[in-house]
Design a protein around this ligand. Sequence first.
Ligand code: ADP
Ligand code: MG
Length: 547
Amino acid sequence: MEPHLAAKIAAGEVVDRPASVVKELVENALDAGATAIRVDVEGGGADRIVVADNGRGIPAAEVELAFRRHATSKLSREEDLDTLCTLGFRGEALPSIAAVADVACATRSATEQVGLEFRIDGGSLEERPLARQVGTTMVVERLFARFPARRKFLRSRGAEAAACVQVVQPLALAFPEVQMAVLVDGREGFRSPGDGDLRGAALAVLGRDAERHLLQVPATVLVDDSGGDAVEVSGVCSAGGYHRSSRTAIHVLVNRRPVQNRSLSFAVVEAYGSALPVGRQPVAVLDVRVPPSAVDFNVHPSKLEVKLLRERTVYAAIQRAVRAALAREEWAVASWSDGGGHAESTVSMGGERLAELRLLGQAGGTYLIAEGDAGVYLVDQHAAHERVLLEALRAGLVRRSERQLLLEPVVLDVPPEAVGVIESAAAELDHLGFDLDVFGPRQLLLRAVPGVLAARQPERVLAAALAAVGSGGHGLVVKEGASWVEQLALVLACKTAVRAGDRLSETEMLALLRQLGEAELCRTCAHGRPTAILLSHAHLERQFGRR
Ligand code: ADP
Ligand code: MG
């Protein structure tokens, strides 16, 4: 390697805990073309870490080199930095690990008949021949044993072992064709199927319970308008009814490397909009491909952070792809427990259209009952109507709503702060369908309301929202990051929708089913609750003991 290149690759501390050793060794195994990798962790990894692979092995002549700093077989010229597709390229990991732990290795290269075993002892290398299959087994023992100060910073064995498992999982997502297993003190902590299917790898990581909630993200290509670079996104993401409390299950891979990028995770969250309850986070595994020259993985020693030259395009492509997945969502209907504790698995609606269902009636003044080929549907009338109204209002914000003039303008008494809010949001409110004028320091004049809400007295909700403006902040805290008017739309949809207990006429019920069928995100209400539940024929047959 040219010396200035070695300098260009900023040296950084590679090994700070057992999980970072596991990460480096598994990455090396992947770079060596392994199709199966097994990790054994003992004593939280501080006692012993073994990573065994069936990759191409290390030729005897290169063993010594592999442990020399900045010796890498993967990079020789500066230009290579731009086109690199291996995970490692710094040549820092093995020497860094050998400096803080006892390292032994058994390897046989595909080009050699016998393998060899070697041990690094105080900087010198002892080796002897060994019969074994092609591949490499690295053994790292007594990590930080000679560095009590470092060892003190390790957390409990359980926590360190968990971190070792967590560091392998994103790599299993990036390499779904490689079978990976992590054993913690002999017990299986993680296993990926290694059959090349991203969905299977995603389920191994996210847990089986995610299975029926995962939507396929259709391959989506966006071409950057400046350079013409194409960004492609595909993968899986959760349906609106499935969510978690943190963003840790949003995995983004860029050119098959797991990356941590808050902006890209946020792109995923934002694409859900109102499909999720406030404060809840989706799960997703997104495979992003960009031209190698549009990404720089060299900004961080452990390569988790990336610099994307086309970040805005990637952001937009992620949003488009996730929205497409949500729009296509099948009727994955909420599960319920049937007394035996077994949750009924959801049944896809199989393309059944809500407008074509046969309406049977209304139960408890709350649920519409309808029948289709797949079974009997129970539709929550409030959740359904709320979703329909929200989408109509949202569409208005983009394309301008139809408005309904009030017969008499209404004077709204508001706190003085509300006048400022109204003035700064004038254009958005106008799009939504409200015609509002400032009438005095504490009064507004309302002349028109959004057409979809005309029969549902939106002025009361508007007045209440404006009255709240004075009392701390801007009054509405429904959704983080949304504008005041977007939040107003959420509140309007919720407060003006038909309620549980409202009797509906047959015409109203049919109209609601039809409108819900036309909604883009018809599966959940604005709070992320399901709008409908399907009692499948199969479920009913089981319940009645017919099967
Ligand atoms: P880098 O991965 O950045 O090249 P490392 O210090 O991690 O640097 O590894 C040094 C070299 O050792 C690699 O370039 C590779 O040639 C060799 N090597 C390490 N682990 C393996 C493995 N499991 N199989 C084959 N070769 C390996
Ligand atoms: Mg490496």
